[in-house]
Design a protein around this ligand. Structure first.
Ligand code: 13P
Length: 234
């Protein structure tokens, strides 16, 4: 969408002009301290400050400051404790398990969502992945109470682990790589079948449509698995 003065005007227009009936947020994922301020200025409606690579005192200090700024402007804010493995936007983590006391300290700052490392990593899971640490998740949930927990690295986590994580307090699951792989597979098929060379199959609107539809199908599948259908207005 183009022609909007601010990002928040665009988000509002998405609701009104596209007839979207569920709340829509434009959320910054794994924001740096400076990146958070840039997105706040640009009109994002939700931010994530990923201070997990800082010493905990600095993560606490910066998160506290950003909570005050975000809430002052009506934005929601997610924070992170315990670096999540793999590589995401240049932030590299080794798949740590977060310290439940540190999670409580960050949760007590009044963040809206908390991402905590429980052995999850971004991207494809290696063959020898040990799985999610439910012991850690349980300990975090006991300390943070009703705080909605966020599970990053949703790609490739088996359905039974996903369901158990939801039972233990996970309220938001991030899935990216799997959507990208669906897009890749459908686009590759379109080109390998020579469809881009038939008629006006080279038109980007046609060329990119199978990939976009494949992402939609993956998102629908995930929404069914996560039990999030019909809950947006609860
Ligand atoms: P995946 O790419 O592994 O699904 O992780 C996405 C994510 O956690 C984005 O923050």
């Amino acid at each position: 969408m183009t022609g909007f003065k601010t990002v928040s005007a665009m988000v509002k227009a998405m609701d009104e002009e596209l007839g979207i009936t569920v709340p829509v947020a434009l959320h910054l994922d794994h924001g740096t301290y400076e990146g958070c301020y840039k997105c706040i200025k640009a009109g994002f409606t939700s931010i994530m400050f990923d201070g997990s690579h800082y010493p905990i005192e600095e993560n606490l200090e910066k998160t506290k400051e950003l909570v005050a700024v975000a809430h002052g402007l009506g934005l929601s804010i997610e924070a992170e404790v315990g670096s999540i493995g793999g590589e995401e936007d240049g932030v590299v983590g080794m798949g740590e398990c977060a310290d439940p006391d540190e999670c409580k300290a960050i949760a007590d700052l009044g963040v809206d969502m908390l991402a905590a490392g429980i052995g999850n990593i971004h991207g494809k899971y290696p063959e020898n992945w040990a799985g999610l640490s439910f012991e850690t998740l349980d300990a975090i949930q006991q300390k943070t109470g009703i705080m909605p927990l966020v599970l990053h690295g949703g790609t490739g986590i088996p359905a039974d682990m996903i369901k158990k994580a939801i039972d233990l307090g996970v309220s938001k699951i991030n899935v990216n790589t799997e959507c990208q792989l669906s897009f890749q597979e459908a686009t590759r098929k379109y080109i390998e079948e020579g469809k881009d060379q038939q008629g006006k199959g080279f038109d980007p609107r046609k060329l990119l449509a199978p990939g976009a539809d494949a992402i939609k199908a993956t998102v629908k599948e995930k929404m069914e698995l996560f039990g999030s259908i019909g809950k947006a207005n609860d």
